[in-house]
Write a protein of this length. Sequence first.
Length: 320
Amino acid sequence: MFLTTFSDGSSAAPNVTPQYPTLVSTYVKPPPWKLAGVNYGVGIASSITLIPIATGTLPAGVSRSTATKVLTVTSSNVTVQGFDFSADGGWKVEVTAANCSVIHSNFAVSSAVNPPINATSAGPNLYVGYCVIEGGGSSFDTTPGALVTTNASGLTVQYCWLKKAAGDGIDAGVGGSINVSFNLIDDLSRFPGAHGDIVQLGAAAGSATVSILFNTWVQRAVGVGGVGTQGYMMETDSPQTVSGGEVAFNTAVFDSSAQVSFFTGTGTNLYTGTVYVHDNYVDLTGNTGNFARSTGAYPALGQYIKNWNMVTGAALPTTY
């Protein structure tokens, strides 16, 4: 079924000041748990002193190119920790081995126009945690890439501050366990003409199980000429399937210029199990479409339960 009790992530949060402590303070019905970026901060722990990426000592199984501004991970079970990738126009981490982690690191896209983190087909089960990942916003176009992209099975992104994405936030192309939890998502789809998603599944062979839990999403605007943005889109293209999961306990605030088409999307003929969308709290002020998009022919495969409008305090519909 789905979670009926919860752990909101606050116990493992980094020691860092919350980014938006008053974000939900004026709503009629705010969430009853501690929120990422509101009640606890996310990103790099204050105890971490970042290492310059161009000159710092690298862990074994890692190499770098100062010409292309790319750090390449070639050995399995490697942890890349505590680096400042924002220098020199913005570095990229390319993961080509299994079970690797990128943690407590800082990224910012600028003149090098490098999408920050990418796992190739040889890099399954990537973990990204406790990072600040800033995209190119309206200035540097990294579309169709995302802030975090995997072309392998399995991805976990937790306790990160994902902000100013030119297009997508997270692209997970091959299925496996997709866990996106305890993050602050702070604007995406900012490049002119972009149409970004927070999480987008792919079209490669594989089966995805999704856990999208306890994230906070703030959307203020989109790029000039953009066609709006979308949220946690649990839709996929053949031959990838979705075996089930949850989009739950998330909070979203859409400002009047946000142009958000959907908070989430579920239910296609490629589902082999049910995705439960429940206990999400939203301010739909800048919602230009609907809370959700669920393919009409397959409504049973996307179940909507106990989702709330924070502005009015009213429950949202259970069918879409």
